[in-house]
Design a protein around this ligand. Structure first.
Ligand SMILES: Nc1ncnc2c1ncn2[C@@H]1O[C@H](COP(=O)(O)OP(=O)(O)OP(=O)(O)O)[C@@H](O)[C@H]1O
Ligand SMILES: [Mg+2]
Length: 248
């Protein structure tokens, strides 16, 4: 699938970066990323010249104070937002070059997003929420339903398929959101404080689901302060004022 998106390198820098991506199994490459937000006459530089390489099957935690730019960085590397400067290669594709429609298709197939507030569609049942990305990807109804049932079982919600989001607890909603993120079997999983609103027991359950994704060799990046999740990481990036201040 991703081959379709590979565009001809345009200059020496592109050729070098693409070569680096291929030879080092880099799933996410960010080079000199900059993101500014303009509010009236003020400009906030949320991401300030960040360069980063994340390899296949890496489990990366991004931590840092509120306002550091963690969410902005995740949104950029997942193609939910576009930078003011710099380039991003994600799963071999230079996503900073893509038009919105191709970018949406890229995200659908390659990236699973998990948000702090679950972001389920309130009028759809748990099962329909999980089916939705597969519908967009063109799977037929039977395939969508079978995969959704199996994913909901996997997250321990086989008995809650017909529930609407408001009929589910916070932890159950997040489990549905995780099943949805896995629907199209993406290579990359990005999660923004996925356990921030959950109690300890539920957080541990979510931790185990991330551990399963790790065993599945997904490339995982999570913005979090949760020690349970941090324990799973093979790399911890400390982010402050839009910059990486520590990478260990
Ligand atoms: N849509 C936006 N418009 C304007 N400014 C924004 C926008 N989103 C973020 N910012 C600003 O960019 C900076 C980084 O925000 P971001 O949400 O990425 O931080 P964060 O590290 O995720 O914080 P938190 O831990 O509170 O979630 C902040 O100063 C914020 O006010
Ligand atoms: Mg945030």
């Amino acid at each position: 699938m991703e081959k379709e998106f590979l565009e001809e390198p345009q200059d020496i820098e592109d050729i070098d970066l693409l070569e680096e991506v291929k030879t080092n199994n880099i799933v996410i490459l960010a080079n000199h990323l900059v993101k500014d937000y303009e509010i009236g006459e003020f400009i906030v530089r949320a991401v300030d010249d960040v360069s980063l390489r994340i390899k296949e099957s890496d489990f990366v935690i991004i931590k840092g104070p509120s306002g550091a730019g963690k969410t902005t960085l995740l949104n950029l590397i997942g193609g939910l937002d576009s930078p003011n400067g710099g380039v991003i290669y994600s799963n071999g594709v230079k996503i900073t070059n893509l038009q919105e429609e191709s970018l949406a298709t890229f995200r659908l197939i390659n990236v699973g997003f998990i948000f702090q507030n679950y972001n389920l569609i309130s009028t759809l049942t748990a099962e329909e929420n999980v089916m939705f990305p597969m519908k967009l990807a063109g799977l037929n109804l039977k395939e969508q339903r079978e995969k959704a049932v199996s994913l909901l079982k996997q997250v321990g919600l086989g008995e809650r398929r017909e529930h609407l989001p408001f009929q589910l607890s916070a932890g159950e909603q997040q489990r549905v959101a995780i099943a949805r993120a896995l629907a199209n079997d993406p290579e990359i999983i990005l999660a923004d404080e996925p356990t921030a609103n959950l109690d300890k027991k539920t957080s541990l359950f979510i931790r185990d689901l991330f551990n399963d994704m790790k065993k599945d060799n997904k490339t995982i990046v999570i913005a979090t302060h949760d020690d349970f999740l941090i324990e799973l990481a093979n790399r911890i990036i400390s982010f402050e004022d839009g910059k990486i201040i520590k990478d260990e």
